[in-house]
Design a protein. Structure first.
Lengths: 996, 112
């Protein structure tokens, strides 16, 4: 249907021009595409050269741009096959056009495009163009294209030509020089085909360097300034080119290094300083060795004499223009870090660098808000401490300390104090005015600062701890709560390292013996809530210390429980209670009754919400876990469960009243709290094992949880699942219920949450294909089967059989794996888990339709079921890893002889192009297993490859036969099989074998 | 500084985002919408960009503690195998792993 966008082929140049003009005007996408297609056809035609030449004469800049583009397209397509005369003619036309257009004052768009086209000519022409810059300069001087004779021209001639060129001509020459460096840098330097181009660049750099030198000498005022600016950009492009190509070519590099002095003068130029700062920073950061010691000395002088006063002024005035200055100082410091650390008082600016970094952090303003510089200095200090630590840790342990170490420690102590001061939280009136970006920026600076402190702690150790504790206590005495908070924040970050050294305990004790927690617990005092929160976090972070100093423990936890009822502190308190009770569970058992009653009070408070409730109930459960004997756990556990039962009842009540929203909240909370209790009751992983306690009688003794009394508590837990009657349609509830079951599944000894397997089985049986989070239920069932497949675990054939039946039912209900790929994948996964220990159950329960379902998953497009199905078949084909009955083995053989051909067909369907590259690894696994363990594989493969459904034009019958031969030959080499499959897949798919 | 011609490590190609990109490029090549050379160039850009983005944009942090089992430094690549690791995320989430392998390469290519 004609939608008005069809384009007729243009009949003459005027019509082509019109088309180009329409191309650059706004219009419907289809119109633009149609015009583009027509024009591309013309560009690629035999008349493309002529057309480009004629379009160059147009009055419209867009048309001239398109003409240059047409030359580029032609050169890219036909360049290497041009005969010498045509190549020479194209070169002459291009230079001629550029010279004439520049004479007419052509704009940057077309001139830059023509420079790029000339570069394409340089790269693609069969003729070697030895002095492209000289040719263009000479042509500018002569007023028309003049191609130098390679043998008679000297590169130095350009020096004589440049004074006769105007500013635009100089800029165009610089664009051309930059384009050459940029384009040639994209050509690989390590292939013989391109080596010649890079050798040519070693000559061209001589002309480029003379050109840039002349450009840098231009006046720094008026339009001549644009020439200097262009020279700077071209200079950077050439340095970028040189870095990877000339690492061992100092002669070529020297042409660029000789310009450093002149380029650095741009740092003093008002108009160019910003760009020059950026360029010098770039080179310092990523090509440090470009600068030789003499250049670094020169830069040090510039930093000291020129940048330092300007930066200090900017810091004083909080002027954002200080940013590029600071960035240069940071880059210079990092590039010279050895000098800065080891010769702090040297004349080459080390102290200036350190002092300026101090000044930046000391300046007014909050990081992330008006202070944008402090966060940048962290990089320098990270480099500084990394150098110091590397040097000290790599010296012999009996070698004396380096002489600079004393001063370094002093510098770093100052850094710690400055950072501490800088991370003080802002007063409320400032913080209230902040948006997300300022808050995030400030938070990021705090995080970066404390990360840096961790590195500094490696060197300063206990001295730094003492410094921070002193800062905290001094601030506490002065009631400077923000100072206290900042110091505690730093101490929190260091906690893991501090707690590793018992020698630091006396310093930590100063904090715990101070009035800090008495003050914090006094809610009548006007203390910023952030300070209280950080103090609460400290209790969580130093849990191990408190555990070793039980005298602090009860008061601490009581204080935390009191904080739980304070708005703004509840979450932090709940978190610290959880971590402290978990770490110090053994020491807190005597406090359990008190905590239980405090918890009851907390349940009535306004700050009680699902998060705090769950954390605190888990914390109390952790203390219960530490009680001994097991029977002592029952009563407090049941006391906790009563609270859950209340939530369950209220969920049911809300549901009965029709308030489904509240029913969901209460129901999910009850199950999540139950899971939290289960997690708290898990035996800690670091619990000591008595290796002498191998009394078998004791081992055989039934656990308390298997007794009638123990079972009663378990019944109470199972009873809470009744809430699913009202919230069973909510994902969060099903997730939480699975979480409860999982807490017991991971335990190796009986416990209150190690529930009878029938509970999980019943749970699975109650689910239908419409149950939300059915995949989580299935993965929980899979986990149970895994646990009962371990060497010494009890086998549960009956339960496994029930689960298999349910899973087969889900597969049947799904009909096809793509109905719900996630559930399908989990179903197959559960069936996979049956091998090898329940393989007999697998064949009892699995019908032909289930096997067909798994086969369909191999052939399908969905990645997850495909993956698990491939795993299933691989497991089935390979010899079982445990002894199985003869009958079971026979069933496996029957399945393979019935389904082998179909499986091979499905796998080949993937390999012929259905699979994604990322799926090939696991698609190969069943094929590898078949090749090794199934004798009929060759026939199956042959038949599948010959199948007409396999036909694809890209792959001939010969290719298929070759693939069959090769793959059969690779049967004992899994890696080779994978490579062959990948190569065959790539040819079928019409893509590359690898992107390497 | 953009360093043309510089090669970047390919280790992020095996991440899920890297594999997804390879799959997409395969689709585009198969349907003849792009040439394989362009796809390879895109993959090289990915190598460069992912290293840059992870370095500059990702602000999440994590600490971990464990037992250093094996370490080596070969061809400018550090490898650490750590056992019994405890991770702490900055959102206070904590988790454990039996064993992890850390492969670390130079973030910044230093000039020779």
């Amino acid at each position: 249907m004609d939608d008005g966008t069809a384009i007729a082929a243009p009949q003459n140049v005027a019509e082509v021009e019109q088309l180009i003009q329409r191309l650059y005007k706004p219009g419907p996408a289809t119109l633009v595409k149609n015009i583009n297609d027509q024009l591309l056809q013309l560009q690629l035609s035999q008349d493309g050269w002529k057309l480009a030449d004629e379009l160059m004469a147009s009055d419209d800049a867009n048309v001239r741009f398109f003409a240059a583009l047409t030359f580029t397209v032609k050169l890219n397509n036909d360049g290497p096959t041009l005969d010498d005369d045509t190549a020479h003619s194209v070169q002459t036309r291009l230079i001629s056009w550029l010279v004439r257009l520049v004479q007419r004052g052509e704009g940057g768009l077309v001139c830059k495009k023509l420079c790029s086209t000339l570069t394409t000519y340089f790269l693609r022409s069969p003729l070697v163009w030895e002095h492209p810059l000289l040719s263009l300069a000479f042509s500018f001087q002569r007023g028309d294209a003049t191609i130098e004779s390679n043998t008679t021209r000297s590169a130095d001639e350009i020096r004589d030509i440049l004074p006769s060129l105007n500013e635009l001509q100089l800029r165009v020459l610089l664009w051309f020089a930059g384009a050459l460096a940029e384009e040639v840098s994209r050509v690989p330097a390590n292939t013989p085909a391109h080596a010649n181009l890079h050798t040519q660049m070693e000559n061209i750099v001589k002309d480029a360097s003379v050109l840039m030198q002349w450009a840098f000498q231009q006046q720094s005022t008026g339009s001549a300034s644009a020439v200097r600016a262009e020279a700077l950009r071209t200079y950077l492009t050439w340095i970028n080119y040189a870095q990877p190509v000339w690492p061992r070519n100092p002669d070529a590099l020297q042409y660029l290094r000789s310009l450093i002095g002149q380029a650095s003068q741009c740092l003093f130029d008002e108009d160019l300083s910003s760009e020059a700062l950026d360029i010098f920073r770039d080179i310092l950061e990523s090509y440090t060795t470009f600068f030789q010691p003499s250049h670094m000395e020169m830069l040090a002088a510039i930093v000291h004499n020129h940048i330092r006063p300007k930066l200090q002024q900017a810091l004083l005035e909080q002027d954002p223009d200080g940013l590029p200055l600071a960035q240069l100082v940071i880059a210079f410091g990092c590039a010279n870090i050895q000098q800065v650390v080891e010769q702090p008082d040297s004349g080459s600016g080390s102290w200036t660098v350190v002092k300026l970094h101090f000044d930046i952090i000391e300046a007014q303003g909050y990081p992330g808000d008006e202070d944008q510089l402090s966060i940048q200095t962290i990089e320098f200090w990270n480099t500084y401490i990394e150098y110091v630590n590397d040097t000290l840790f790599s010296k012999d342990s009996d070698a004396p300390d380096p002489p600079w170490l004393y001063q370094t420690r002093d510098v770093l102590k100052q850094v710690v104090e400055l950072l501490w001061k800088k991370i003080w939280t802002p007063p409320n009136e400032v913080a209230k005015a902040w948006g997300d970006s300022e808050s995030e920026g400030f938070k990021e600076f705090r995080g970066d600062s404390t990360d840096l402190m961790l590195s500094i702690y490696v060197l300063l150790g206990k001295d730094m701890l003492q410094q921070l504790v002193t800062l905290a206590l001094r601030s506490l005495e002065a009631k400077q709560w923000r100072g206290v908070e900042a110091a505690l924040f730093c101490l929190n970050t260091l906690s893991d390292n501090v707690l590793e050294e018992s020698s630091s305990e006396d310093v930590v004790e100063e904090i715990f013996r101070s009035s800090l927690f008495r003050d914090i617990a006094d809610f009548s005092q006007n203390i910023p809530s952030q300070a209280r929160r950080t103090a609460i976090d400290l209790l969580g972070s130093y849990g191990q210390y408190i555990e070793r100093h039980a005298e602090f423990l009860p008061d601490t936890v009581r204080f935390l429980f009191a904080s739980l009822e304070m708005a703004g502190l509840a979450n932090a308190a709940a978190k610290s209670i959880a971590s402290l009770c978990s770490a110090c569970r053994v020491s807190l058992t005597t406090e359990l009754p008190g905590f239980l009653s405090q918890y009851q009070r907390f349940l009535e408070s306004k700050t009680c919400d699902p998060y705090t409730k769950e954390k605190v109930i888990g914390a109390i459960a952790a203390i219960i876990q530490a009680l001994s004997p097991e029977s002592a756990k029952a009563e407090p556990l049941r006391a906790l469960l009563v609270n859950i039962e209340k939530d369950v009842e209220s969920a049911k009540q809300y549901a009965a009243e029709g308030d489904l929203e509240m029913a969901e909240v209460m129901g999910v909370t009850s199950l999540e709290s139950l899971a939290s209790i289960g997690k708290g009751l898990q035996v800690p992983e670091d619990v000591p094992i008595d290796i002498y306690d191998d009394n078998e009688e004791q081992a055989k003794k039934p656990s308390y949880w298997e007794s009638a009394e123990g079972r009663e508590a378990q019944q109470q837990i199972v009873g809470c699942f009744s809430v699913l009657q009202v919230v069973g349609t909510y994902s969060a509830a099903i997730d939480a219920a699975c979480q409860v079951l999982r807490t017991g599944l991971t335990e190796s000894e009986p416990g209150p949450f190690v529930l009878p397997t029938s509970v999980t089985v019943n749970f699975v049986q109650q689910c239908s294909i419409n149950t939300p989070q059915l995949e989580t239920v299935l993965s929980t069932a899979g986990m149970m089967i895994t646990q009962h497949s371990r060497k010494d675990s009890k086998r549960i054939d009956e339960d496994v059989s029930s689960i298999s039946k349910a899973v087969a039912g889900f597969c049947e209900a799904l009909r096809q794996p793509d109905t719900d790929p996630t559930v399908a994948a989990e179903c197959i996964n559960v069936l996979s888990e049956l091998m090898p220990h329940y393989v007999h159950v697998l064949f009892e329960e699995m019908s032909a339709s289930t096997l067909t379902f798994i086969l369909a998953a191999v052939q399908g497009a969905d990645s997850m079921p495909k993956r698990t199905a491939c795993e299933f078949w691989t497991k089935l084909i390979k010899p079982q890893t445990a002894a199985i009955s003869e009958d079971a083995q026979q069933r496996i053989n029957q399945v393979m002889s019935s389904y082998g051909q179909q499986l091979v067909y499905s796998l080949l369907h993937q390999i012929r192009g259905q699979a994604q590259r990322s799926e090939l690894d696991y698609v190969c696994e069943p094929l590898k297993a078949l090749l090794l363990h199934q004798t009929g594989t060759q026939v199956w493969l042959q038949s599948a490859l010959a199948d007409e459904r396999f036909a694809i034009p890209r792959v001939t019958m010969n290719d298929r036969a070759m693939f069959l031969r090769q793959i059969m030959g690779s049967r004992s080499d899994g890696r080779k099989t994978k490579e062959l499959v990948k190569a065959f897949w790539a040819s079928c798919r019409g893509t590359v074998v690898s992107y390497g | 500084m953009a360093q043309q011609g510089q090669s970047y490590y390919e280790l992020y190609r095996s991440t899920s985002v890297g594999m997804a990109l390879a799959d997409t490029l395969d689709d585009l090549i198969s349907s003849r919408r792009i040439e394989p050379q362009l796809a390879m160039r895109i993959m090289q850009n990915f190598d460069e960009s992912i290293a840059k983005v992870l370095n500059e944009k990702v602000k999440a942090r994590m600490t971990f503690k464990g037992h250093l089992d094996t370490y080596r430094f070969c061809d400018e690549v550090w490898t650490f195998i750590i056992k019994d690791i405890h991770f702490k995320m900055d959102n206070a989430h904590q988790f454990d792993a039996e064993k992890i392998k850390i492969v670390a390469c130079l973030a910044k290519e230093k000039a020779a």
